[in-house]
Design a protein around this ligand. Structure first.
Ligand SMILES: [Zn+2]
Length: 286
């Protein structure tokens, strides 16, 4: 069983990272493919409609990929398999709540979903202060608008893959709208090996992607989830995928009503009032 660390808003929020309304409208697809999702909750809205997953194989100051080696090539194709398993899981869970959630992720079939990036700085860090660097890279190197139009995509999630070795102690994590309303580009940093023994597996992929749709971590107290609820999940041996992720290829973690509520598949959830949890980002006054 492994956890994951995530940046939580408020800790390290760059003062100069304020995004104006006009910037947000620049990802509005209304001039092009007319999605029902208006882009108001970041590049990924609710767990419904069609989601594009863009894989970015990333070199940074301390890690790099060499596809010509057997080890790296194997790891890259293993990640592709993990995308298949985790998206199948998410599609099945959405179905249970009457929603259709389709994912386009296979860069073997669609090579324009595969990118390579190189950075001078180290991006294997558990702090959120590198958001701008990665967001800027995406904006300068990926024609998201064209991809949205080509694939008729409602949501876009960017996955940066880092070829970390086992000595890496930073777990995979996410940055995006659920951390801060300023963060409208939603991406996951997948560190492929971590904590001495672990290879990142499909439950973690699903967990991180769920953040992009609005799910919150449930394994530590944060601005959305009080300690009492974290304790409650511990006492009841919760297997909620936002509370714990198993180190397995299959995903047997629970996708609960609370998760469904936070990713926009339910309008209410009794846990929220009972435990004084945050209101879902999908519940708006409008
Ligand atoms: Zn998390």
């Amino acid at each position: 069983m492994t956890g994951c660390t995530d940046y939580v808003s408020g800790n390290i929020r760059k003062k100069d990272a304020v995004i104006s309304d006009s910037d947000v409208s620049s990802i509005d697809t209304s001039m092009d493919y007319r999605s029902e999702y208006d882009g108001a909750q970041g590049s990924a809205g609710s767990l419904s409609g069609r989601t594009l997953l863009i894989s970015i194989y990333t070199d940074d100051a301390g890690t790099s990929w060499d596809e010509s080696t057997e080890d790296d090539s194997e790891m890259i194709y293993d990640a592709l398999d993990n995308l298949r398993i985790s998206t199948e899981y998410l599609t099945q869970q959405a179905e249970r709540y009457g929603a259709s959630a389709e994912f386009i992720w296979d860069w073997e079939l669609n090579p324009d979903l595969y990118y390579k990036a190189a950075f001078d700085e180290s991006l294997v860090t558990e702090y959120g202060d590198k958001y701008e660097i990665q967001k800027n890279w995406i904006e300068n190197n990926i024609d998201t608008r064209a991809l949205r139009n080509k694939y008729l995509a409602d949501n876009v999630i960017y996955l940066f893959f880092f070829n970390t070795d086992y000595s890496n102690q930073v777990n995979p994590w996410y940055l995006g709208y659920s951390c801060s309303p300023d963060y409208y580009v939603e991406f996951c940093n997948i560190y492929v090996r971590f904590d001495d023994v672990f290879v990142t597996k499909p439950p973690t992929y699903a967990h991180e992607m769920m953040h992009c749709f609005g799910a919150h971590d449930l394994y530590y107290a944060n601005e959305f989830i009080p300690q009492e609820y974290v304790d409650h999940l511990g006492k009841t041996y919760s297997s909620d995928i936002m509370y714990t992720v198993y180190d397995s290829k299959d995903i047997t973690n629970d996708f609960t009503d609370l998760d469904a509520y936070y990713v926009g598949l339910k309008d209410s959830c009794e846990e929220v009032e009972k435990w004084n949890l945050a209101i879902s980002e999908h519940i708006t006054d409008n």
